[in-house]
Design a binder for this molecule. Structure first.
Ligand code: NZQ
Ligand code: ZN
Length: 390
């Protein structure tokens, strides 16, 4: 490992089918008023809401409800939540849901007591909250697996009026203090959301894996996580209630984006930048936007990092290397990725997400380009990748 890095992660995880039992002890660390935030109602239908509220009540908490967090949470919803949190002077924000709800809780945690325009400062200008900033602690009960938001500082907010979807990675003050991870909570996910999450996990691992040429432990960890994901995802699509498969996927998702596998890496993230730009314009499901652009993106950039793509083929997909050039192996590895994507059933054409030829310039404009793993894209290359993704 040649890179320098600091590793620290403050989130305490409680994992397993009995994990909610640990919520009461976590709540004892915080004051009496809890802002309970959640999405469009799935937690009421599957019973998770009732179970969480029962614990909150048993702990004597005052519950302030903030429902209606939409997939790809918006800046308007953020402003609404910050006003409610301020009015009620909440002591903890408890997010019950997927990445959108947890990202949203983090956003409210920094925006509530910030005396300015949080969207401009933290997302557009990517500033760090001041050392003495008042930040409300966040906890989470995870119901949708994929983003890793339960154990990271990421918070992605969409501004439809500006045609922008921007992620901000906050520091430890904003990362969830705790996360309840019960794999059975993911059983009620619709197939579309479930497999979108699977691809999101794979994408997080690939974004960190496809960079640098040194021999790095992070890459071996990522390969193991990818292999586990591939094996478990094939079981889960056949039998969504397979606890072993869903638990492995839940655990893999957390480690895929909790700062572990980026240690010592420069990383890539251009699939996410292009995918997020598609999301900003179409509001499509996050994991599907990544799936739609990944194959054209990797088929283009593999020429700049061929040895790593060859390693991906052998280490992740078990493709025999004998008698093959790195170029052949790289191609076979991406073909294997494509086969897996077709097996689990993710979207591989951005047209299915609402992208059209006419929208491509706007998406290219909304794509944040920075130095990536093996090649830094220019706008024309982004446009080409988007065209091929159609
Ligand atoms: O709103 P409800 O009714 O809860 O329904 C949700 C939503 O419609 C549903 N759902 C969640 N759990 C369910 C369930 N339905 C039935 N049973 C359950 N157990 O699933 C839908 C999608 O939920 P959402 O939270 O939007 O999905 P996801 O976890 O993929 O989060 C996506 C957001 O996270 C951001 C994305 O950009 C997007 O805004 N990301 C956050 C990251 C981070 N914090 O580091 C990194 C990621 O790359 C990503 O950008
Ligand atoms: Zn993602």
């Amino acid at each position: 490992m040649l890179g320098n890095f600091t590793y620290s992660n403050p989130t305490r995880l409680h994992f397993g089918s009995e994990a909610l039992k640990e919520l009461a002890s976590e709540l004892s660390h915080f004051g009496p008023t809890v802002l309970l935030t959640y999405g469009g109602g799935s937690i009421k239908r599957n019973g998770i809401y009732d179970d969480v509220v029962a614990v909150l009540k048993a702990c004597g908490k005052t519950i302030v409800e903030l429902p209606g967090v939409m997939p790809n949470p918006t800046v308007d919803k953020l402003n609404e939540g910050a006003a409610i949190a301020r009015e009620n002077n909440v002591d903890l924000i408890l997010a019950v849901g997927g990445g959108s709800t947890i990202d949203y809780a983090k956003a409210v945690s920094v925006a509530t007591w910030y005396d300015g325009n949080a969207w401009e400062t933290f997302w557009k200008q990517q500033q760090t909250p001041a050392p003495d900033a008042k930040i409300i602690p966040v906890g989470s009960v995870l119901t949708m697996v994929g983003t890793g938001s339960e154990m990271n500082g990421g918070s992605v907010i969409t501004n439809h009026a500006e045609g922008l979807k921007i992620g901000k990675v906050f520091d430890e003050r904003v990362m969830p203090r705790f996360a309840i991870l019960n794999p059975t909570y993911t059983f009620s996910l619709p197939h579309y959301q479930m497999v979108a999450g699977f691809f999101d996990i794979m994408s997080h691992l690939m974004e960190q894996y496809f960079s640098n040429d040194d021999d790095n432990t992070s890459d071996y960890i990522a390969e193991g996580l990818m292999r586990s994901l591939v094996a478990a995802s094939k079981q889960a699509i056949v039998d969504p209630h397979n606890y072993e498969a869903r638990s492995n996927i839940m655990w893999t998702a957390t480690w895929a984006l909790n700062t572990l596998t980026k240690c010592g890496k420069t990383q890539d993230w251009m699939v996410h930048m292009i995918g997020q730009a598609i999301g900003a314009i179409t509001d499509a499901t996050h994991g599907m936007t990544l799936a739609a652009v990944s194959l054209p993106y990797y088929r283009f950039v593999c020429q700049f990092g061929t040895a790593k793509f060859a390693r991906f083929a052998t280490a992740v997909w078990n493709i025999p290397a004998e008698g093959k050039t790195n170029e052949q192996l790289a191609e076979e590895g991406i073909n294997a990725l494509e086969d897996w994507m077709n097996t689990i059933g993710v979207v591989t054409h951005s047209r299915e997400l609402g992208l059209t030829e006419e929208l491509i310039p706007a998406v290219a404009d909304a794509t944040i380009i920075f130095p990536a793993g093996y090649h830094t894209l220019n706008r024309e290359e982004v446009v080409n990748i988007l065209r091929e993704s159609l």
